[in-house]
Design a binder for this molecule. Structure first.
Ligand SMILES: [Zn+2]
Length: 231
């Protein structure tokens, strides 16, 4: 009886490893940074996940406009449906749009039917804003084997990140966010921050930190480039 239980646990573990852990780890290593060589070796990509949010995204857009910087917004499709005017503003102001799932559920806990539902419905929503959606970032960077199938089907590039600073956490202060970004960023980096969700109004701390971070990075010679130049 005991040995049957142990064999079942082993089989389930192998399935989980093959289904979600291996593909996730593989892409985390391979897709951490784009391999492209840029004209300016200090080119970086600024990206935001988990929006759109009426308050946070609008504040962030104003800040980016002041510095004339373009970023990429990986939006949650169900939130985009609730706040269409914010998505339209993102596009109108020249930023790029990527997909960040339908409802921000982890692919590791989902099978074929949910993955299909997630991609089909989120693509339907996101295409009402922009027909040519090219980029996808999975929640928590986690994928499963069916994610790979749908990325291919919809011709989506998987975009992860190389700098993340825990800006979603209630324990991360404005000072922490500022310091971590300025210490970690190198040319070719993909910075991932958040303009939605997050505990205790976390995106407000992200935006406040960017008030300092953006001028510092510009002064240090970094150039914020469009995602189309990155991938
Ligand atoms: Zn997310």
């Amino acid at each position: 009886m005991m040995s049957l239980l142990i064999s079942s646990i082993k089989i389930i573990s192998i399935i989980i490893i093959l289904y979600t852990i291996l593909p996730t780890l593989y892409y985390r290593i391979v897709k951490r940074k784009p391999t492209k060589r840029f004209k300016n070796k200090n080119s970086i990509l600024l990206s935001f996940d988990d929006g759109p949010n009426e308050e946070y995204t609008n504040k962030l857009l104003n800040l980016l406009k002041r510095h004339n910087i373009k970023a990429t917004f990986f939006v949650i499709a169900s939130e985009a449906q609730k706040h269409p005017e914010v998505v339209q503003k993102i596009l109108k102001e020249g930023h790029s749009l990527g997909l960040h799932s339908l409802e921000h559920k982890s692919a590791s806990l989902k099978g074929y039917l949910y993955t299909k539902h997630d991609f089909e419905n989120s693509m339907k929503i996101i295409k009402t804003f922009e027909d040519d959606i090219l980029y996808y970032r999975p929640p928590w960077g986690v994928i499963n084997l069916f994610t790979l199938y749908y990325l291919k089907k919809y011709n989506l590039e998987l975009v992860l990140w190389s700098v993340m600073v825990g800006d979603w956490s209630k324990y991360t202060s404005v000072y922490d966010i500022t310091n971590r970004i300025l210490k970690r960023v190198r040319g070719g980096d993909v910075i991932c921050l958040h303009d939605g969700r997050g505990s205790n109004c976390a995106p407000l701390r992200t935006i406040e930190s960017l008030e300092t971070v953006i001028p510092c990075l510009l002064e240090s010679g970094f150039e914020f480039i469009n995602i189309n130049e990155f991938y």
